[in-house]
Design a protein around this ligand. Structure first.
Ligand code: CU
Length: 139
């Protein structure tokens, strides 16, 4: 895969929609509040790839969490479990959906006692693809 141009854009929720022609557009971003006793949140969004190349998100980070993992939930014999995945791949011109019961971001160990706004940074290798902010959803 040829290297992506540096795509750095700040996308506020209200400013983003499927019609946006930025190279990568995130919409429907939602971060759940940490579950009591669980110390982790989930991140869901849809991401649209407006470029002619596949985009591989290989890691994510957030200043508000010690670690962020790329996860996928699968159900085998009626038992659902999560496992880490190496990358989230968005084919050219398509939208990848992160949702409950499917692919998602796992945000582990918040560094602040109360979370209000969360920033998510999505990377392909060392290249920052996108940085997005959202309010933490209320339960
Ligand atoms: Cu998970």
């Amino acid at each position: 895969m040829r290297s992506l141009p540096l795509l750095l854009s700040l996308c506020l929720l209200s400013a983003c929609g499927p019609a946006d022609d930025s190279p990568l557009v995130v919409y429907g971003l939602e971060v759940t509040p940490p579950r009591p006793g669980m110390n982790m949140s989930a991140g869901y969004f849809e991401i649209h790839n407006n470029t002619g190349d596949a985009v591989r998100i290989t890691r994510a980070e957030s200043p508000q969490f010690e670690a962020v993992e790329l996860h996928e939930t699968t159900t085998v014999d009626g038992v659902s479990r999560m496992r880490p995945v190496d990358a989230l791949v968005i084919a050219p011109g398509t939208t990848l959906k992160l949702e409950r019961g499917g692919k998602h971001l796992m945000l582990m160990r918040p560094v602040e006692a109360s979370l209000e706004t969360v920033e998510l940074r999505l990377y392909s290798g060392d290249t920052l693809l996108l940085s997005v902010n959202t309010q933490v959803a209320s339960d």
